[in-house]
Design a protein around this ligand. Structure first.
Ligand SMILES: [Zn+2]
Length: 269
């Protein structure tokens, strides 16, 4: 049974690169990514990008971006949110079957409201942390982005969405308490959508963690070693915010050609 993987860039955030890679200099313009997976038995969106409120000129940036507000420029137009990206490609956002969040930060769960009828898949421990009273203060979770009454599936560990091993949520804790990545079996081989378990190819090459927005550095390093093993065994990685993998694209929904995606497959020794 073959499945198709599409990527979308749902805006950009420009910030000091040192936020993503400890000690790095200069700024980085990071793509905000969402993915569509079409399986013969249903459709999946992995991560939903930023919230539409950020389109508005009177948006309360402090509230929307929290500690990122003073140091981040958001480049995000109304035709770039997850619903607009899907609609432009002839897909109906109200008919998406599964909405999977890697985690519940503002650049990954911001568009959840735009997929109103999807079943929501989020790790149990991420759900618990995000709904905790201190969630916003400790971890920058904004409940209004995801406390929307979706029918929720809360796995504690791996979750095989269609029961055939082709679309599997894989726990990759560290960045947040309950972060998960998405492992896919395409005709051309296995692919891992890392989410923020690994921001950039450089993060993995140099095994460098971000200095902040990080729940557990040891867990995150364990996760990154697993990504290295996955790549070494022939798997491909699509990183959380790596500009090099999206260079030259206009961001519209487009099937991902893993063989032509820079830095997806590397044999490390
Ligand atoms: Zn992110």
């Amino acid at each position: 049974m073959s499945i198709k993987l599409y990527g979308m860039v749902c805006g950009y955030m420009t910030m000091p690169k040192g936020f993503l890679v400890d000690g790095a200099e200069g700024d980085i313009t990071a793509p905000i990514l969402s993915y569509l997976i079409e399986h013969p038995r249903g459709t999946v969106v992995f991560d939903t990008g930023l919230e539409p409120q950020l389109h508005e000129s009177d948006c309360d940036r402090e509230e929307a971006l929290g500690p990122l507000a003073p140091v981040t420029t958001v480049d995000f137009t109304p035709n770039e949110d997850i619903a607009a990206r899907l609609e432009a490609a002839g897909r109906d956002p109200s008919k998406i079957d599964f909405m999977i969040n890697s985690h519940l930060h503002l650049d990954h769960a911001g568009g959840n409201a735009l997929l109103p009828n999807a079943r929501w898949v989020v790790q149990q421990r991420e759900h618990t942390a995000a709904f905790a009273d201190e969630g916003y203060e400790k971890h920058y979770y904004r409940k209004r982005l995801f406390d929307l009454g979706h029918d929720v599936i809360k796995p504690d560990g791996e979750y095989d969405v269609f029961g055939d091993g082709s679309v599997v949520c894989t726990p990759t804790y560290g960045h947040t308490t309950g972060h998960q990545s998405l492992k896919l079996k395409l005709d051309e081989g296995e692919v891992m959508l890392t989410g923020d378990a690994c921001y950039l190819c450089q993060s993995l090459d140099e095994m460098r963690l971000p200095p902040g927005f990080l729940e557990d550095p040891d867990e995150m390093l364990c996760t990154m070693h697993r990504f290295r093993d996955f790549q070494a065994s022939g798997g491909a990685l699509i990183f959380g915010h790596d500009p090099s993998q999206w260079a030259g694209k206009d961001g519209a929904l487009e099937e991902i050609d893993v063989a032509k995606t820079p830095n997806a497959r590397i044999k490390r020794t």
